[in-house]
Ligand binder design. Structure first.
Ligand code: GLN
Length: 446
């Protein structure tokens, strides 16, 4: 733990991954564990982990990278935190992200610009950019991220690490600052597959505090690691390998397909015809849910309150106008618009119908295949500022990750090559609650 803090001190001025450090408490915990001696039933004991800053941590600043929560010290721990403490892991600090997890580059953070671990000209991806860059730069062995439309997998891919978005309901959302409740899921980000599976072991399970958490037994996610790929059937959606995907990225994915064939898997082309509408569906649904979830930030209950007050309305309007950044306001406006009486049928309702078609496409493929394979992102990490004046360009980057969230399926990002010196990510998508199979295939590739 000491080494972790000295590594962070030596590198974070440049990387800017951390928002808050938990040094004193971490060293105290480590000392206590040292005194107790090694424990055979807690393989993760004493291992440092970083936490995305939208996961609430008792008495440790939790900002969601927003001015709105610049001074928020939560009175309780998220369930994932309680679980990590149960495994005796040591949460060393809170990691930078896009404000309220809205973005794909971590540039919408109110506080700082995290760099990609491979190049300080490139974004780390997002919204879990701090969680990815920190692990890739060797500051910490593992972190937690959150994924609503790709925010674990895409930054994992941009930084060359392993990032897992579990099945919706696998991991409790209690204490995760809600963005889009029907899509949000917490997951591990690590440098290798086995570490990832071990952390998912620690954070998974039913939770009475989250009504959407699944009453499913939690298997040992490492149990199939090392097993042969013979007999495994993998589908590659033709919609994931189009001209819109950078040719070098496509080449890396084709090489990965070859590797799987050599390992004994059958790899065939499949189709997810409605996935092309995923981005449109997602930005309507996620923004609608966000506009509702973010109503609680009213200048009274949490965080930032304006000083500019002459009546009650000013408290709400000015606190929100001053406390939220541009992207968050754009989502709230999009969301309230698509939920409003005159437009609900044409937008929110229609989006829900198309979402069902996207889900059905996946179900059909999983009748015949064990896994779906494709790129995580159509491109490698881009330069800072690229999307500044064009939010829609940024939204289109999520085209290959969003369908997985809309369907609630598990998906992983794995490093599979390089283009222009930057990492490329391979995505493996599994059927509901079949994370072990994903880890099996991921480790075979590794
Ligand atoms: N990039 C997507 C968005 O901006 C995904 C975010 C996420 O998964 N949290 O909404």
């Amino acid at each position: 733990v000491k080494e972790t803090f000295s590594r962070i001190e030596a590198t974070d001025e440049q990387l800017e991954a951390f928002l808050t450090l938990n040094e004193e408490k971490s060293l105290e915990m480590a000392k206590e564990l040292d005194a107790k001696g090694p424990s055979s039933d807690k393989p993760l004991a004493g291992i440092p982990i970083g936490i995305k800053d939208n996961i609430v941590t008792k008495d440790l600043l939790t900002t969601a990278a927003s001015k709105m929560l610049y001074n928020f010290n939560p009175p309780y721990d998220a369930t994932v935190m309680t679980n990590l403490y149960g495994a005796n892991m040591i949460p060393v600090g809170k990691l930078n992200m896009d404000e309220f997890a809205m973005g794909s580059s971590t540039e919408t953070s109110y506080f700082k610009k995290t760099k990609n671990a491979w190049s300080d000209k490139k974004v780390p991806g997002g919204s879990s950019g701090g969680s990815a860059a920190s692990v890739a730069a060797g500051q910490i062995p593992a972190s937690l991220g959150t994924d609503t439309g790709g925010s674990i997998r895409q930054p994992a891919s941009y930084n060359g690490i392993v990032g897992m978005k579990p099945t919706y309901g696998r991991v409790s959302r209690f204490g995760l600052i809600a963005f889009a409740s029907s899509l949000d899921q917490i997951g591990p980000m690590t440098r290798n597959v086995e570490d990832n599976a071990m952390i998912l072991n620690a954070i998974s399970g039913h939770d009475v505090h989250d009504g959407t958490s699944a009453k499913k037994e939690v298997p040992d996610f490492t149990s199939m690691i090392g097993q042969s790929m013979k007999g495994m059937k993998i589908g590659v959606p033709k919609e994931f390998m189009t001209e819109g995907v950078n040719p070098e990225v496509r080449k890396s994915i084709e090489e990965a397909i070859e590797t799987y064939r050599e390992l004994g898997a059958a790899v065939e082309e499949v189709s997810l015809p409605h996935s092309q509408y995923g981005v449109q569906v997602y930005y309507i649904m996620a923004s609608s849910e966000a506009s509702s979830n973010l109503q609680r930030f009213d200048g009274i209950r949490y965080g930032y309150r304006t000083e500019n007050i002459s009546n009650l309305e000013d408290v709400y309007v000015n606190s929100r106008s001053e406390g939220f950044g541009e992207e968050v306001k754009r989502r709230i406006m999009l969301g309230t618009f698509s939920l409003s009486a005159g437009f609900y049928d044409a937008y929110f309702k229609k989006a829900g119908q198309v979402r069902t078609l996207i889900v059905e496409d996946f179900k059909k493929v999983f009748k015949d295949y064990d896994l779906i394979l494709g790129p995580v992102s159509p491109t490698i990490a881009h330069d800072f500022g690229t999307d500044k004046d064009n939010p829609v360009t940024a939204y289109m980057r999520d085209i290959l990750t969003i369908p997985v969230n809309l369907a609630g399926l598990p998906g992983i990002s794995l490093p599979c090559g390089f283009s222009e010196g930057m990492p490329v990510g391979l995505q493996l998508i599994g059927n509901y609650f079949e994370e072990e199979k994903i880890y099996q295939a991921a480790s075979a590739f590794e």
